[in-house]
Design a protein around this ligand. Structure first.
Ligand code: 8IG
Length: 274
């Protein structure tokens, strides 16, 4: 029987071929998406082999969000494995459609990556988890009313966030809390009533990125580790209003500590045991 490849998959394979050509690295092992606050990790995990402006790679566009860089970087880890750092996340709220949202992850999968580490900055619905708290994502609630998958693609989401990788993160920091991440469509932040709803539904964290990317990663058969940096209490959890400058400032303050944490977690990954 003839194998049919979806247009989304074909574009990802084209992008992967360009990455292989421009980096000289034929395959990658790890996909690393660095969200608000996490950017410093790229410099700590290994040796930079190449950095490519995202718009030179098929299917990627320039990021319009301050604090989000638009490059794709190939890094050689000390163990000889290769990480593809996606500094060019497309958010659902940019309105480019779900295919653009999933393209980075699909491309990383097409380069050979079997593990996806997804990081983000997010709001917290838990009073005790203030700005600077790092949380391992245990599960998510997709409140975007969208899916990055097209057609009859029935992907199991039971163990979307790998127990193996969460255990491994706990060997680095046994006190890392675990939480449920709810993705809202954004780009506006929630109302206090929406945050209360999310809490009642079981969400500890609220964000705008990671759930859709995890779905795409699971479709591609990747193991997912999700790490959130709380940059703000979600609306109504603490007194006062939210603003993007405060979010960036919280990320900046936590940057060195969480980048080191992430680099240490990556250094402990056993790539042969999936
Ligand atoms: I950073 O409070 C960041 N991202 N939905 N709500 C949502 N996304 C966020 C928030 C927040 N903070």
């Amino acid at each position: 029987m003839e194998r049919t490849i979806s247009p989304a998959r074909r574009l990802a394979e084209e992008a992967a071929a360009v990455i292989a050509e421009k980096t000289g690295v034929p395959t990658h092992d790890l996909s690393l998406t660095l969200g608000s606050g996490w950017g410093g990790a790229a410099a700590l995990i290994g040796k930079k082999i190449a950095e490519i402006p995202a718009y030179e790679i098929p299917g990627f566009m320039k990021s319009g969000v301050p604090g989000h860089t638009g490059t794709i970087t190939s890094i050689e880890l000390p163990n000889g494995r290769h990480a593809l750092v996606l500094g060019a996340r497309t958010h659902y709220y940019e309105g480019r459609g779900v295919r653009a949202v999933a393209h980075g992850i699909r491309t990383a999968a097409a380069t050979g990556a079997r593990i996806a580490i997804l990081t983000n900055g997010c709001g917290s619905t838990v009073p005790d988890w203030g700005p600077g708290t790092v949380v391992l994502i245990r599960d998510h609630i997709n409140l975007t009313a969208a899916s990055p998958l097209e057609g009859a693609t029935f992907v199991d989401m039971t163990n979307a966030y790998s127990q193996r990788l969460r255990d491994l993160a706990h060997t680095v920091d046994r006190d890392l809390p675990e939480g449920v991440y709810a993705q809202f469509p954004g780009p506006h932040y929630e109302t206090p009533a929406e945050v209360k709803m999310a809490r009642i539904l079981g969400a500890d964290l609220v964000g705008m990125s990671t759930a859709l990317e995890t779905i795409a990663a699971r479709e591609a058969g990747m193991e997912v580790l999700g790490l959130s940096l709380v940059t703000n209490h979600a609306a109504g959890i603490a007194p006062g209003a939210l603003n993007h400058a405060e979010v960036l400032e919280a990320g900046r303050q936590a940057g060195a500590r969480i980048s080191h944490l992430l680099a240490t977690i990556i250094s402990t990954i056993d790539f042969d045991k999936e």
